[in-house]
Design a binder for this molecule. Structure first.
Ligand SMILES: [Zn+2]
Length: 147
């Protein structure tokens, strides 16, 4: 049986879509989380170390905050518009509290893989950062910026 070698080229949109699906931005491998909040240290397929530099995970915190507050803002705007000209009722407050409480938790793993994709777009793979066949190796040129 003939196997097709993986394509080492990562395109920005492709990487982001993989991140939105909780998949590895490099190799599209899934099952990266052992639990909802626990991301494996390395990708089981391409061996990418997910915490690429110290402080790497501040980016996913920012993404999670933006998405959570954005969802809350959209819900509040929709609630006010739908109840106009009456004042919004307790229902809108309950919805807002539910979004504020659960959205950061539900979005947590997605924020990690989306941030990983954004980081890979901004900082291409270094030689030896992933297994052979998935990116540049030591002694080769570093990855090109994603275009
Ligand atoms: Zn991978």
């Amino acid at each position: 049986m003939r196997t097709v070698p993986p394509d080492p080229t990562i395109r920005p949109l492709q990487a982001l879509l993989r991140g939105c699906r909780k998949h590895c931005a490099v190799c599209n491998s899934g099952h990266l989380f052992t639990r909802w909040f626990t991301l494996a240290e390395r990708c089981p397929c391409c061996d990418l170390r997910f915490e690429r530099i110290e402080g790497h995970w501040t980016g996913d915190l920012g993404i999670n905050t933006i998405v959570s507050f954005g969802s809350l803002l959209l819900a509040l705007i929709a609630g006010f518009l739908l109840s106009w000209p009456e004042a919004p009722g307790v229902g809108l407050l309950v919805i807002a509290v539910a979004i504020a409480a659960f959205m950061p938790v539900l979005f947590f793993p997605f924020s990690k893989t989306i941030w990983l994709a954004i980081d890979l777009i901004m900082r291409p793979l270094e030689p030896g950062e992933v297994a052979r066949g998935y990116g540049p190796q030591r002694g080769e040129e570093p990855g090109r910026p994603l275009t």
